[in-house]
Design a protein around this ligand. Structure first.
Ligand SMILES: [Zn+2]
Ligand SMILES: [Zn+2]
Length: 494
């Protein structure tokens, strides 16, 4: 789009003297006119957002009126540092992530951002729209938190810290072991924010987690509107005091939330996508709290915790008060060479046979699909109903469900099941734990699949390897350190 400045206003205009918005030096913001009667639907849609005109089902005339009366803001969709563009929505500034096209909206050869294209095109002439008027009312029910459960001692200590961080707009890392019950740790902090009429967002890299958390939070906060946002969700335009979203969806928010809770900060794709980290920061209000949740902080964060540079709290013990299973390291020789001759190392075969004999279900993790698929027919000679699953497997959900129903004795998997899934009573093995793909965090998550249930708090975890790695050692160290802290703090029964 092209604009020109008339009487200290930006006015859409195609003729002489007009410019694409990115070329206008300073965007004027008219003062708020208290006598203007604004459209409450636009208020609901735009509060805390950064949207493009295509996102808004309102005529541009009406939006322009709101701008002239100070209720809507225009920002440049793209900022230039000399000739170098940066996308204001996703933060992309890498040259190869921009392209050019002959743009019908501004009549020029226009740059656009390829990085966030799936959310609608941001080009050099795209205005990003926001809301500058009053925020919508947030009616509160009498009781906000209806959850009747009880926190474990470890959960309660962490929960108190979360409440404190929320109230004082601080950052806090909650480092909770797999199976600690971290969702419940958010309830009191969320309640305290909602009571103060603050807006809360729980964001996570994975859609699965949004779908799992939504019903739990709706049940805990039945009187509160909850927006559940992921690609294709119906709540896209819903204004809510409590939002649960994938980190991707945060790209549409701007200075929206007083509290952002970022779950699984170490998980793909958040760790690799700079734009998602940028989105999480943009979605926060300048004065806000940020709670990070993870079972496996990366090395940099662990170091910052140790040296006092990062505020953190740990939940070193599971809610059932049993220690985490500590991985055994078992050398299995050159297993890939044996596999070429369609043979398995004797100790792996023995491990599997033991489980089948004792009817103990097990998960077997592999570094790559190809290797897993060579293993499968050999193991099926022992019993035909063994299954294997990987990321692109169309039957992934069914196979996981069959495992839950105890219809299959053994499930072979790639790292796709390293987090998020819970089976009540399983042993876990990693085949080829020396592979690069098994970083410390992956190994801690994998070991964290065992012993989750209070009825079966024990599980065997074995890392079969052809040469111990640094990552394996660090993973085991992290697990034993958590168990020791759990003992020291009196959070373990055994
Ligand atoms: Zn972008
Ligand atoms: Zn253009």
């Amino acid at each position: 789009m092209r604009f020109y400045i008339k009487d200290k206003y930006l006015v859409p205009h195609l003729g002489e003297g007009s410019l694409p918005i990115s070329k206008i030096q300073t965007i004027p913001q008219p003062p708020l006119n208290p006598d203007f009667s604004f459209n409450p639907d636009l208020q609901l849609l735009l509060t805390g957002k950064q949207l493009i005109l295509d996102d808004l089902p309102f005529p541009h005339d009406e939006i322009q009126k709101h701008y002239e009366n100070g209720y809507v803001t225009y920002r440049k969709g793209m900022e230039y540092n000399r000739s170098q563009p940066t996308c204001s929505r996703c933060g992309n500034n890498k040259e190869n992530w921009f392209a050019q096209f002959p743009c019908s909206r501004c009549g020029e050869i226009c740059h656009y951002c390829r990085k966030c294209l799936m959310m609608g095109r941001i080009s050099a002439c795209t205005p990003l729209l926001g809301w500058n008027g009053p925020a919508p009312e947030q009616p509160l029910p009498k009781t906000i938190l209806e959850w009747k459960g009880r926190l474990s001692e470890g959960q309660q200590a962490a929960s108190n810290q979360v409440v404190h961080a929320v109230e004082s707009n601080k950052e806090l890392l909650v480092w909770a072991v797999c199976g600690a019950g971290k969702t419940e740790v958010l309830f009191e902090g969320t309640e305290s924010a909602l009571t103060a009429r603050k807006r809360v967002c729980i964001a996570t890299p994975r859609t699965d987690v949004v779908l799992e958390l939504t019903p739990r939070l709706k049940a805990a906060f039945p009187g509160i509107t909850v927006a559940s946002l992921y690609g294709g969700s119906e709540d896209r335009h819903l204004y809510a005091p409590l939002t649960i979203a994938t980190t991707h969806q945060l790209l549409r928010f701007y200075h929206a939330f007083d509290t952002v809770i970022l779950d699984e900060v170490d998980a793909f794709p958040y760790t690799v996508e700079e734009s998602l980290q940028y989105a999480a920061v943009q979605a926060r209000k300048p004065e806000s709290a940020m709670i990070y949740l993870t079972a496996t902080p990366n090395e940099k964060w662990q170091r910052e915790c140790r040296t006092g540079k990062r505020a953190f709290t740990t939940i070193p013990a599971r809610f059932h008060r049993h220690p985490l299973p500590v991985p055994h390291f078992t050398w299995c020789g050159n297993w890939q060479k044996q596999l070429k001759k369609e043979k398995l190392p004797a100790n792996i075969l023995h491990w599997v046979k033991e489980r089948l004999k004792n009817k103990k279900q097990a998960l077997l993790f592999f570094p790559h699909i190809g290797l897993m698929e060579k293993f499968l027919p050999i193991l099926r000679q022992l019993t035909p109903n063994i299954e294997a699953v990987h990321a692109e497997d169309p039957d992934r959900k069914e196979k996981v469900q069959k495992m839950r129903n105890k219809e299959i004795p053994l499930l072979l998997t790639t790292t796709i099941l390293e987090r998020g899934v819970t089976f009540s009573n399983i042993d876990v093995a990693v085949i080829g734990a020396e592979d690069n793909i098994f970083a410390e965090s992956a190994l801690v998550q994998i070991a964290g699949r065992a012993g989750r249930s209070k009825d079966y708090p024990k599980g065997v975890v074995t890392f079969f390897h052809y040469g111990k790695t640094e990552e394996m050692i660090k993973a085991r160290k992290q697990i034993t350190a958590m168990n020791q802290e759990g003992t020291r703090r009196g959070l373990l029964d055994s």
